[in-house]
Design a protein around this ligand. Sequence first.
Ligand code: DOR
Length: 425
Amino acid sequence: MRLIIRGGTVVDPVRGRMYPSDILIDGERVAAVEKRVQARGARVLDAKGKLVLPGLFDMHVHLREPGQEYKETVATGTKAAMRGGFTAVAAMPNTAPVTDTPEVIRYVLEKARDAGYARVYPVGAITRGSRGDELSEMGALREAGAVAYSDDGRPVVSAAVMRRAMEYARMLGVPVISHCEDLTLAGGGVMHEGFTSTRLGLRGIPAAAEEVMVARDIILAELTGCHLHIAHVSTAGAVRLIREAKARGVRVTAEVTPHHFTLTEQAVEGFNTLAKVNPPLRTAADVAALREGLADGTIDVIATDHAPHAAHEKEAEFDAAAFGLVGLETAVGLVFTELVATGVLDIPAVAAKMSLNPARILGLPAGVIEPGAVADLTVIDPEATEIVDPASFASKGKNTPFGGYRLTGLPYATVVGGKVYIRDR
Ligand code: DOR
């Protein structure tokens, strides 16, 4: 099967530029990137007025399978990914059972192959059951296909265990992705500690709960030489620590979510459980610092932390409601509306933070459009507008605080290995 993507603007995050070009895809690979491609009998996708990016890659997604299929499955999650413009996702290991054995890795990969939507790269657990005390079979997980290690959802409480994990991860040549949270400081809190938490009478999680752990893990990355990737950065202090560490040459990278660069603690007003997430939504000053970190390169990646939950888990009193929100189907719109339209990022920088950088961090051959590359592409219509309607999501999770938001700049088509998915409206 041959496919021509005709008349779009190709985005090149490596050289930081954009140029008009056709793209010819033959089977699973890009065959040509030329001004005017002719190929008789090829299917044509009209991309006039649209941007063609290397396939977007969300390196922080909860697919919930095995074990919590009522929240999401590999099939529904990867379909949501494609609808959101993502050609690949990294799947976090806090499933039931936890992804701490090669069998679970293989199970997830098999489910992804059967589903046939976005590609899935499993993240293996750092510790058995993500309980924090005994290391998982890290080498065996790597052999089975793990692209990184994380106990995401919880911190690795023991610095000594984290040190050993980093030593092994370094030998195996893959990053450790750290969920930075000091549980003693977080103190069972349910939102950001500050003015709003005091007014609402809710227990707060101070910014320091994140920053103490970011500092610790940077020190351990320095000690071990391991590549440390910091998940879901939410505070100005964390951005500052990462900036300083990078300047010293520490191997650290970091990601931010669309909800953390868009919303503040005020979204929780009215006890809105859809805005209950860990780490919590912070202050306007934190949002400004996250945007600055994106703009100056301190933050390498935009990832969603897509965390689907069932309706009954969110329709509860605030203290009892689950942490997390879905992100796959609103990420592109939020990035274009909140960051591109406001001048925080240009479009090649978006392609870097949502495609090239995640692929590089995980050591995967993606992020570029050139002859011979696998044909994973995301076509974005920068002019298309929608009002977010959670009922239209392909994800089982409808738990978003962005329902009713007007977003401009939306995925139009997602191409995985030459197969085209056109987004419904
Ligand atoms: O809000 C969150 N939800 N934060 C996490 O770290 C985990 C996630 C989940 O798995 O639901």
